[in-house]
Design a protein around this ligand. Structure first.
Ligand SMILES: [Fe+2]
Ligand SMILES: [Fe+2]
Length: 322
């Protein structure tokens, strides 16, 4: 009763609840199943690409043959699926954690967070299936280095403000990649493309929830708490870069070993450099440069904090944008 009265007397709360309600409505409307809607009994077509050139930066390696270009897109595409499965482990855990604020309160917000978590569990299962399907058509020796539970523990040790900032970044770039690079590319495996079409449909709601929760956490904190949030966000970007460096090195090694020919020293170095550059672009640069993310973070931090974040990102972005 009291909550109902508050809702009628506090328009801001009503607006937030309505935004949560709209994510629930959209989540129900686009809801899909892994086998029935996405995989539909299909396998990957290894004669076609997985990750589009717009994300893989493969055009910076003009000495690769068409077959090697395809193989590069399979390697990076396999890691792309594994990276999503990796981050979705911590995202689901974090959403469940913050949902406790609504257990006895706003049941609409609670449902939005529970649905998001349920979808991320389904996505992880889908990406594990894709990993097995990719493995079936690729040479042995591929290794995905980071462990989801270890990474999730490290991320969740940081303050909520920072974790939600990283999450919004990820959920915005996953949509941006689909719209700008995956959807328009006609050379991709149909199944690989469909995976990201269906993923995009559900991720659209996630970014709305992330933003609402990030702003709510921001309101809750004092200046010192927000300063700590910025410190932790900078640390998380460094952690993501560490993961990206580790996996880029592993994937470059696998690509060079399994391509079936000897590369010159210059070509070898170029493959390693482009792999890291591409991953830095995919997992860091493309998200922070999305106008929607830039707008939200600019509305939350002070100019001095923005400068600190910019300085931390600069060497990574300079490399990624080359
Ligand atoms: Fe997801
Ligand atoms: Fe998501």
């Amino acid at each position: 009763m009291q909550a109902a009265m508050q809702e009628t007397t506090r328009p801001a709360t009503r607006t937030t609840t309505q935004r949560y309600a709209s994510t629930i409505e959209a989540s129900k409307r686009v809801r899909w199943e892994i086998d029935r809607d996405v995989i539909r009994g299909r396998r990957f077509d290894f004669e076609r690409k997985f990750l589009p050139d717009g994300l893989s930066k493969v055009r910076q390696l003009p000495f690769l043959s068409p077959r090697e270009v395809r193989f590069m897109s399979h390697v990076q595409g396999r890691t792309y699926a594994n990276m999503f499965a990796l981050v979705e482990r911590y995202i689901g855990a974090k959403m469940l954690d913050i949902s406790k604020d609504y257990w006895l309160g706003d049941q609409v917000a609670l449902e939005a967070l529970v649905r998001l978590t349920d979808e991320e569990l389904k996505h992880q299962e889908m990406f594990r299936r894709l990993e097995r399907m990719a493995a079936a058509g690729m040479p042995e020796g591929y290794v995905f280095k980071p462990q989801p539970d270890d990474v999730a523990s490290a991320v969740l040790s940081k303050c909520t403000w920072a974790v939600l900032g990283l999450t919004l970044d990820i959920e915005i770039f996953s949509q941006a990649h689909y719209r700008s690079s995956i959807e328009p590319d006609g050379e991709l495996s149909d199944l690989w493309k469909d995976v990201y079409l269906y993923h995009w449909k559900e991720e659209s709601q996630h970014a709305i929830v992330d933003e609402l929760e990030w702003r709510r956490e921001h309101e809750r904190l004092d200046a010192a708490g927000r300063e700590r949030g910025v410190d932790d966000l900078i640390a998380l970007v460094g952690d993501v870069d560490g993961i990206v460096q580790m996996q880029a090195a592993a994937d470059a090694e696998y690509f060079l070993q399994k391509s079936g020919r000897i590369f010159s020293a210059d070509e070898d170095a170029a493959v390693r450099d482009v792999m890291l550059k591409a991953y830095r672009w995919q997992y860091i640069g493309s998200g922070v440069q999305e106008p929607r993310f830039a707008e939200v973070i600019a509305s939350l931090v002070t100019p001095a904090q923005m400068e600190r974040i910019g300085a931390a990102l600069k060497p990574i972005l300079d490399h990624a944008s080359r």
